[in-house]
Design a protein around this ligand. Structure first.
Ligand code: MRU
Length: 347
């Protein structure tokens, strides 16, 4: 598969180049980000988004920032501060803090052993990227094993190539199916309020030649009730040790509907999204976002009265009991997840 490279280190190693996802599908715009402020803003405003992609981005960003820093006595403090700030830009996607931690540990190891710091950081962020490419291919293949020609799959938000380094997680099997000529029908929830489904999933699946139909979030029950959906595939931002999973707001409603209609509901994501510090979903931190994303963003005029009170949680937690399987790069974890997930993490 080919397509825009969503995140990469610049050729001079001093910046990160991203596809500005906030401009899609209208414009394919690339941004060169050089400063910590620019990098922080890009994650915060979802110019770069999707749990694995922001992990890969953080690796490249810290590598580029280090390249521009004097390696004096204060270097380590400045590097750790940059990692902490970047890590704080979005709290729910655990891949972000995971990648920042990998980079700070690589930095500490290089300092302790007296090796070249920038070379060590370049090697670490390259590994994070390459592991992401591998995990996307593996997850796509495991996901494909669950699909049969003619099936209908419902997805929520965007977990495709833009959100990762290659095929994607939830969209990976669907794109792989199209490459192999296996016909699959996909229903993409538009995903209010930031419309990742309408703007990004519809765009990516159309580009990949997948038969995609866009629906409003509140139409999921309608398509399920008519027998059009055989499985749900969604991504994840944090998976707790018991299998409770945080993903884009609205995901838990899809899972509840799927249970009602007897449709299997799968979560797809790398083992780096499993957070061992979260025993259950109630330990997961949910990001709250600005109200204007509901009242006016993406609309030529406001859709709600000025000053109305809103609530804008960006993620919700789907209870493990609603999940049929968690598809990772090391295989498919089945319930009870308390047993199957730790075994997969060890791999
Ligand atoms: O707020 P976003 O757009 O970053 O939310 C993204 C999601 O919820 C995705 O489903 C998740 O990060 C998995 S991406 C492979």
């Amino acid at each position: 598969m080919s397509g825009p490279v969503n995140v990469r280190l610049s050729d001079d190693g001093k910046a990160v180049i991203i596809v500005d996802q906030s401009a899609l599908p209208g414009e394919l715009r690339y941004l060169r980000l050089e400063t910590l402020d620019e990098m922080y803003e890009a994650v915060k405003t979802l110019r770069v988004r999707g749990a694995p992609a922001i992990g890969v981005f953080a690796g490249f960003a810290l590598c580029a920032l280090s390249a521009g820093m004097d390696k004096d006595a204060d270097f380590k403090n400045r590097f750790l501060e940059a990692a902490e700030r970047l890590s704080s830009s979005r709290p729910t996607a655990v891949n972000l803090s995971w990648a920042c931690r990998r980079m700070t540990e690589a930095c500490s190891r290089a300092i302790c052993s007296g090796s070249e710091i920038d070379a060590a950081l370049l090697a670490e962020c390259t590994s994070i990227y390459e592991e992401d490419v591998f995990m996307c291919s593996a997850i796509s293949s495991y996901g494909l094993s669950l699909l049969k020609p003619g099936m209908g799959v419902l997805t929520h938000c965007n977990a495709g190539p833009l959100a990762t380094s290659r095929y994607g997680t939830a969209l990976g099997p669907l794109i792989l199916a199209a490459e192999k000529g296996i016909p699959i029908r996909v229903y993409a929830d538009e995903t209010r309020p930031l419309l990742q489904g309408a703007r990004l999933t519809a765009y990516e699946l159309m580009e990949a030649g997948v038969d995609v139909t866009l629906i409003c979030d509140d139409m999921a029950s309608w398509v399920m009730s008519r027998g059009l959906v055989d499985a749900c595939f969604v991504g994840c931002d944090t998976v707790a040790l018991n299998g409770d999973t945080a993903n884009k707001i609205g995901t838990s409603a899809v899972a509840i509907l799927a249970k009602h209609y007897g449709i299997p509901f799968y979560v797809l994501g790398p083992t780096s999204t499993i957070d061992p510090s979260c025993r259950t979903g109630s330990d997961i931190r949910i990001e709250m976002r600005p109200w204007e994303e509901i009242t006016s963003l993406y609309y030529s005029r406001p859709v709600a009265p000025e000053g109305v009170k809103c609530l804008n949680p960006s993620f919700d937690v789907t209870e493990a009991s609603l999940i049929s399987g968690i598809i990772t790069q090391h295989g498919i974890a089945l319930p009870p997840f308390e047993e199957s997930l730790p075994a997969l993490i060890k791999k």
